[in-house]
Design a binder for this molecule. Structure first.
Ligand SMILES: Cc1ncc(COP(=O)(O)O)c(C=O)c1O
Length: 414
């Protein structure tokens, strides 16, 4: 048979040949295994965990979590992952589901709030976030036809609660707090935001996508951690990504609700189809099984002791990074980050040029509007000194003319 041109040649190719081509294709990719990336990969520095991931990935490639009746193992694992997330975030008696990541968990929380609002007779709902809230809220609002009201932050870069209060009216149904926010790693005043929501009789979501699996252990290390989870009255939902500091492989997050009745509002059910009743709690139809099984196995493998040990490494390595940065003339960490996520900035150096030199030396620092972004994971303990030596040299390099723009995700085709 003729093929379809070079895009789909007629003849298939052998496994070895293709694996060789994959090796070639990935040659130019970022060296995350060597600790050169910061926010894209959470390198747990744990060969046993990697072995477990390889095994689980292999075993669960074909199963479909759309139908828990066919694969009860997946239904059970999902419930147990949700239960573990509830346990570490102080939730008793609530409910939730897994999702494919932070963006989907946030999407689902906004969707659920919209459903709830419709039941209260609010048909053009709005949510209120700080300007530091993750763009997933803007995306969810865009898809769902919900208005997002973005307010400023105080001098400490945390959400300005008074500005949030001023943004409220009868259409505002959900207030958002980040724990912590991605750009500066600070936790918003969750207690005040949740209290404001409670007084107004509206919902409050905590975006703990980043902190949800680290903060509980940071706290157990004795670090000062402000209130951020379901122990705070008025918090009605929370997202926590297992594929970030939960160290699962990608495609695993949890969205939780204090009131189990809210979970029902997240569901989409359609019963007028020749194919039968279609019920689905998340946005995907066919749902990959591997991330569910991977999250379950990771949580069980590490246990609370494993998470605590990794949190200690992350905490100690963060201190080394921050002390090292403070020692470089002209560079400073922005604000007072609460965790292991922060921005490097400068009022005297061309920070874009510093980023360019770091790029040339093989580091992949994300560029923000005001500086370079770092997110510390356990493997970075092995490379922190090398990083700091390169950073000092980059700062001492007399250059101007920042190269890349501040970008976080991809850039659309022009
Ligand atoms: C605070 C916060 N919320 C949400 C997200 C979105 O998560 P994901 O990229 O898994 O969709 C991120 C990603 O870094 C984040 O840092």
């Amino acid at each position: 048979m003729d093929g379809f041109g070079p895009a789909l040649p007629a003849a298939g190719r052998g496994v070895e040949e293709l694996l060789g081509e994959v090796d070639e294709l990935t040659e130019g990719d970022a060296d995350w295994r060597g600790g050169r990336t910061f926010s894209l990969v959470y390198n747990a520095d744990d060969p046993e965990l990697t072995r477990l991931h390889d095994e689980i990935g292999r075993r669960f490639l074909a199963e479909n979590a759309l139908n828990p009746f066919a694969f009860p193992s997946l239904g059970r694992m999902e419930q147990e992952v949700v239960a573990a997330a509830a346990a570490v975030t102080g939730l008793a008696g609530g409910g939730g589901t897994m999702s494919s990541g932070g963006t989907e968990s946030i999407f689902l929380a906004v969707h659920t709030a919209r459903q709830w609002a419709a039941e209260q007779g609010v048909d053009r709902p709005a949510i209120v976030t700080a300007r530091t809230a993750h763009p997933a809220f803007a995306k969810a609002c865009h898809y769902l036809g919900v208005e997002q009201r973005r307010v400023g932050t105080g001098p400490d870069l945390r959400a300005d609660v008074e500005a949030m209060a001023s943004a409220l009216d009868e259409r505002a149904v959900l207030l958002v707090a980040s724990a912590p926010c991605y750009p500066f790693g600070v936790i918003d005043p969750v207690t005040e935001i949740a209290a404001l929501a409670e007084r107004r009789g509206v919902l409050c979501h905590v975006d703990a996508c980043l902190g949800g699996w680290l903060l509980p252990f940071w706290e157990r290390l004795g670090e000062p951690v402000g209130p951020w989870d379901f122990r705070v009255p008025g918090v009605t939902s929370l997202s926590a990504d297992v594929h970030k500091y939960g160290y699962a492989f990608k495609g695993a997050s949890v969205v939780l609700y204090r009131d189990p009745a809210m979970v029902r509002r997240q569901w989409f059910v359609f019963d007028d189809w020749p194919g039968g009743l279609y019920g689905s709690a998340t946005t995907a139809g066919t749902r990959p099984a591997a991330p569910i099984a991977g999250a379950w196995a990771t949580i069980r493998h590490l246990g609370a002791d494993g998470y605590l040990a990794k949190a200690r490494v992350v905490r100690d390595t963060t201190r080394r990074f921050r002390q090292g940065v403070d020692a470089v003339p002209g560079l400073a960490v922005t604000g007072e980050p609460d965790l292991s996520v922060f921005e490097l900035a400068s009022s005297v150096l061309d920070i874009g040029a510093v980023g360019d030199v770091m790029d040339e030396r093989g580091w992949h620092l994300d560029r923000q509007q005001g500086g370079l972004h770092l997110m510390v994971s356990p493997y970075h303990a092995r490379v922190v000194e090398r990083f700091l030596a390169d950073l000092a040299e980059a700062a001492a390099t007399d250059r101007t003319g920042a190269g890349r723009d501040a970008t976080y995700g991809a850039v659309p085709p022009s």
